[in-house]
Design a protein around this ligand. Sequence first.
Ligand SMILES: [Fe+2]
Length: 196
Amino acid sequence: MIENCYYHAKHLPLLDKIYVDEAYNADYYHYDIDESLANSRKLKIPESLHSITSFTKSQFCQDLATHFNVSITDEVSFGPFKSIKASYIKILPYHGVDWHTDASRDCAINILLSDVDNRCVTLFRNKDTNKNVRVQENWSLDYELYRPVLLNTRIEHMVANYSSKDRYILTIGLPKHIKFDMAKNFLENYVPSEQL
Ligand SMILES: [Fe+2]
């Protein structure tokens, strides 16, 4: 397995359920709001849908921002993240996001908000040696519901929702200059003052 695809922050508390309700009731938009960008990626249907979250005001996000001396933003923009950006992501039934690396960020803290009956997969692969090989040779990320996981989004990954239900996550994207090991170190040493 590739070192450091992801890190389960098992010592952190579960996410407050108010964010689960917020995610389920939010209005979602297609991130590729630039039509030419969508066309260039040959998107016929949205791969994933996004919505703003009040989690940007949480103590956890504030502590992240203070630790790395960066700001937090709700703005939708393209290019490398300069601030912490949190959003909900919804993937529709029988939809997914194909193999990619995130251009805008090097790592993200994801929290699964919906149980999709073990019919949603998140996989990583080594692009150099693992292209077009059997799915068993990829590395599967098993989320724990409501518990944060740090993902190394520089490593190729994909998501597929084979369920008949929407799949929701809260994603906290970190500025591009913050690398996986830096974020992992923060999480390992983080002592939350309360429920996330
Ligand atoms: Fe991604």
